[in-house]
Design a protein around this ligand. Structure first.
Ligand SMILES: Nc1ncnc2c1ncn2[C@@H]1O[C@H](COP(=O)(O)OP(=O)(O)OP(=O)(O)O)[C@@H](O)[C@H]1O
Ligand SMILES: O=C(O)C[C@@H](O)[C@H](O)C(=O)CO
Length: 335
């Protein structure tokens, strides 16, 4: 159980505003109207976990601007504790645009230069009681892309790994956005940071490309092996519409994705993340856990926005039940 000073789930990472087009199948130059939604991968994961009944808090930053106030208000309305979200007078709340070309093309445009409030997180401002006392800590690779956030993340991970008591869940979301790393040597820098963080994590989750960034391995099984060798107890390799591979040192499971009418694939990974948080805390068997994560991802892929599209437990259960023939998961004999 989390200690009294700590939230059940502590999420470190970015939040911002998603400004998504209300016309699909056209480039941003031709879009006429947009919707404004809470966004940022970490914020989305926190909201997804809250939707499933968990008590998440976000550690992040926003600007001292109207979008920052919108982000805070949305977090609170969606069940996320925003008391550890700093207000930064020197940097603006980031906005993110996308283009929506279903079923499989969703270019994303980050307006985050030169830098953003979430990456100003300083180690001295960390609430270490919350970091070490939470039942689950979620961090993203993007948080390691720049100082001072990089040092703050490593400080949090090291403090948690050194804390007394049973090894609780520390999840590294391999979330890699090339734009956030240097144009030259960005992959190498991201790999170095990922591998340092993995030594203190218990779970790694990423899509195929992200797992390659972290490990140098292209193949899903080889990437899972490499992630386990780097120190985690559970490696999760997402493969979009092709489903997911989950691997521990003694078990390996592949769970196919379920078909949906795709509206916008962005946010599927964050919905998956929220269900991963919930399923880890509930100690679900691996195949069941991943089937629920896939269902959450598919449901969000069938909706335009991210945070406010996160499914309830009932919606996930109904989706899994409707696809029971394909969501059982196949045991793989590679342990
Ligand atoms: N088009 C789709 N149809 C069905 N399921 C999907 C689809 N896209 C994603 N999913 C489900 O959601 C899960 C996570 O999606 P994905 O692998 O695209 O993550 P991601 O690359 O991290 O996504 P994001 O764009 O949010 O960063 C997949 O494992 C899959 O189960
Ligand atoms: O993660 C981001 O910063 C982008 C998000 O704003 C957006 O919600 C998304 O793409 C989720 O995967």
């Amino acid at each position: 159980m989390s200690t009294p000073a700590a939230p059940e789930v502590l999420v470190l990472g970015r939040c911002g505003v998603d400004v998504y087009p209300l016309q699909t199948g056209v480039g941003l130059e031709d879009v006429e109207t947009f919707g404004k939604f809470l966004g940022g991968s970490a914020a989305n994961v926190a909201v997804a976990a809250a939707r499933l009944g968990r008590r998440p808090a976000l550690v992040s930053g926003v600007g001292d601007d109207p979008f920052g106030r919108f982000v805070r208000r949305s977090l609170r309305q969606l069940g996320v504790d925003d008391s550890r979200v700093a207000t930064d007078a020197d940097h603006l709340t980031p906005v993110t645009f996308c283009e929506v070309f279903p079923p499989d093309r969703f270019p994303i445009w980050f307006y985050r230069r030169p830098t953003t409030p979430d990456l100003q997180l300083d180690a001295s401002a960390l609430d270490l009681a919350a970091v070490t006392g939470a039942d689950l800590l979620w961090v993203t690779l993007t948080g390691l892309s720049e100082e001072p956030s990089r040092t703050a993340h490593h400080t949090a991970l090291a403090a948690r790994a050194a804390a007394a008591g049973p090894r609780r869940h520390t999840v590294l979301d391999l979330d890699h956005r090339a734009d956030f790393w240097p144009a030259d040597g960005g992959v190498e820098a991201a790999r170095t940071q990922a591998q340092r963080a993995l030594a203190h994590a218990t779970v790694a989750v990423g899509n195929r490309e992200e797992c390659w960034v972290a490990t140098g391995e292209d193949d899903a099984d080889a990437a899972a092996d490499a992630l386990l060798a780097l120190g985690v107890d559970l490696a999760v390799v997402k493969q979009g519409p092709r489903g997911v591979l989950g691997a521990t040192r003694s078990e390996r499971v592949v769970v196919p994705a379920t078909p949906v009418a795709v509206v916008n694939g962005l946010g599927a990974g964050d919905a998956f993340g929220g269900s991963l948080v919930d399923g880890l805390l509930a100690d679900l068997p691996l195949a069941e856990l991943l089937a629920r994560c896939n269902a959450a991802g598919a449901i969000v892929a069938s909706r335009l926005e991210c945070a406010t599209a996160m499914p309830t437990a009932e919606e996930i259960a109904a989706h899994v039940a409707a696809h029971a023939d394909m969501t059982t998961g196949r045991e793989r004999d590679r342990a």
